[in-house]
Design a protein around this ligand. Structure first.
Ligand SMILES: NC(=O)c1ccc[n+]([C@@H]2O[C@H](COP(=O)([O-])OP(=O)(O)OC[C@H]3O[C@@H](n4cnc5c(N)ncnc54)[C@H](OP(=O)(O)O)[C@@H]3O)[C@@H](O)[C@H]2O)c1
Length: 158
């Protein structure tokens, strides 16, 4: 199963240069708890922004980095050269697509579940989530905490 996990600001904002536009420890904790023990799939830019912050891949998760560069390599990290092929494979376990923009765009049509942290406050930024039609999903969980809401959506079966 393919899941997307994303923190979404106003107007679908997700990034500022190669960083998150905000700092919400509660959201980072939610991300960690939700994805620990699972495979996480990310674009090379997002991986580099994680390396800048943690100086290592995400711990206790199987890290997959998407790149077009067949020579790209980082110790302990799996490489995906063909993202569509990977997404079409029959994944019995829950795979978490964690960004950034270009990876979300390719993965969205394959996503069965969305973990969206909605952030109801304006921040400056220049990277946006692709067009999202939430009418194709039903809200199955919501927890509000000040200006952020942790929501889970499941794709409505046709
Ligand atoms: N708010 C959130 O929850 C959230 C989550 C994650 C990221 N972000 C933000 O998003 C921004 C990064 O997004 P981004 O779009 O710039 O970068 P990205 O998606 O993380 O990485 C882009 C790179 O991934 C590779 N790639 C993308 N599509 C591919 C494909 N179909 N096949 C093979 N390789 C592919 C390419 O790497 P090569 O150049 O090596 O070929 C491309 O340059 C940052 O600001 C980050 O903080 C926000």
């Amino acid at each position: 199963m393919i899941s997307i996990i994303v923190a979404l600001g106003q107007n679908n904002l997700i990034g500022n240069n190669n960083e998150l536009p905000w700092n919400y420890p509660a959201d980072l904790h939610y991300f960690k708890v939700t994805t620990t023990g699972h495979k996480v799939v990310m674009g090379r830019n997002t991986f580099e922004s994680i390396l800048n912050r943690l100086h290592k891949p995400l711990p206790n998760r199987e890290n997959y980095v998407v790149t077009k560069n067949p020579l790209w390599h980082y110790p302990g990290v799996q490489v995906i050269l063909d993202l569509e092929k990977f997404l079409k494979e029959d994944h019995q376990d829950e795979i978490f697509v964690i960004g950034g923009r270009s990876i979300f765009e390719t993965a969205l049509p394959y996503a069965n579940r969305l973990y969206i942290t909605h952030i109801r406050k304006a921040y400056p930024g220049n990277v946006f989530f692709p067009d999202l039609d939430l009418s194709q999903f039903s809200l199955v969980k919501q927890k509000d905490q000040n200006e952020i809401s942790f929501c889970v959506y499941e794709r409505i079966k046709p």
